[in-house]
Design a protein around this ligand. Structure first.
Ligand code: NAP
Ligand code: GLV
Length: 308
């Protein structure tokens, strides 16, 4: 049995080091180096080149290095006999809570507007919002969405949630699928923390934006294809939305000539809302590797029938 790490952004050595440090007994290989294909039973992947899994006849499990698994579902070589796991990690959770919170506060305090004013040396005090004026609506009340909702509640914000199944969290109202309009009507800061699935792809579009109150702000930290970026730009330019913080894009890195870069009311970050830390995440991969060897149920296994 052996573990194969497949990612191509130069970060594999950090992951291999974390394994070396925490589990000397696991034979780990870098996909980019020669490796014994017949030994590989588990693949730990991040945006792997598509179509590879069929080459590994003894592969039993594909583990995502992150919370999202869309890039595994999209891979035509992923098949029904393979197990899939994802990351649920305390650091990943607090990083996301902090990222969303930072944007909510920046929006509330008008910091983005002052940044723009500074660029033209404009000294002008703007009216700003207070917590009572902010209603944060979180689309996707899973591991990250629920934790972020609770963090915002602790800070005294009004928070609403929307998900497939009903959630019960003290101090907030939660909605399910069919209540989308009701959820949107009450939300003036919309946070997207949905998984990317056929149902959620393109969900952040003109129709959805039009159901938000005028002046609403978008914080999108899920996956690029959720957002129809032309619709976002149009809704801001028409004065319906006040702006957006966007962390994820259909093609990453975002191309140099993409109009999103130049928009004064759009704040771009390079998919860094929360990034898996190998030192923190490797422990759960080691547990799963050992469980796989002894045919025990895996941690954080993805229900492949559900699709996320
Ligand atoms: P999760 O625990 O699987 O939660 C997903 C949530 O979305 C669940 O509440 C689920 O409802 C809901 N949902 C799924 N499909 C839906 C639909 N069609 N309509 C309404 N609600 C739906 O996932 P997570 O760990 O919180 O992560 C969420 C996503 O964040 C990941 O998939 C990834 O794409 C993204 N992410 C981004 C970054 C970044 O740095 N930007 C970092 C980490 C993760 P139920 O609860 O009813 O199932
Ligand atoms: C990051 O985008 C993740 O899915 O963990």
């Amino acid at each position: 049995m052996a573990l194969l790490l497949i990612r191509q952004d130069g970060k594999t050595p950090q992951w291999l080091n974390a394994f070396k440090f925490q589990a000397t007994h696991i034979e780990c290989y870098d996909f980019n180096e020669p490796h014994p294909k017949e030994k590989i039973t588990m693949a730990l992947v991040w945006k792997q080149p598509q179509g590879l899994f069929g080459q590994y006849k003894n592969l039993k499990c594909v583990a995502s290095m992150g919370a999202g698994v869309d890039f595994i579902f999209e891979d035509p070589s992923f098949h029904d006999d393979l197990l899939m796991t994802r990351v649920v990690d305390p650091l990943l959770i607090t990083d996301m809570e902090e990222f969303v919170m930072a944007h909510v506060y920046a929006h509330m305090k008008g910091l983005y507007k002052y940044q723009t004013q500074q660029s033209i040396s404009l000294w002008q005090q703007n009216p700003y919002l207070r917590k009572k004026d902010i209603t944060v609506g979180i689309m996707g009340m899973g591991v990250l969405g629920s934790a972020t909702a609770k963090a915002l509640l602790t800070q005294g914000f009004n928070v609403f949630g929307w998900s497939n199944s009903k959630k019960r969290i003290d101090g907030m109202t939660t909605y399910v699928q069919e209540d989308l309009n009701l959820f949107l009507q009450q939300t003036n800061v919309l946070v997207c923390l949905l998984p990317l699935t056929p149902e959620t792809s393109g969900i952040l579009d003109h129709t959805l934006f039009s159901k938000l109150p005028k002046g609403a702000y978008i914080i999108h930290a899920a996956r690029g294809p959720h957002l129809v970026s032309e619709d976002l730009i149009q809704s801001i330019d028409q004065g319906h939305l006040s702006g957006a913080a966007i962390d994820v894009f259909p093609k990453e890195p975002l191309e140099e000539n993409d109009p999103l870069w130049q928009h004064l009311n759009i704040h771009i970050t390079p998919h860094c809302a929360s990034i898996s830390s190998p030192e923190s995440v490797v422990a759960q991969i080691i547990v799963n590797y050992n469980r796989l060897m002894s045919n025990q149920p895996l941690l954080n296994q993805v229900d492949t029938a559900k699709g996320y």
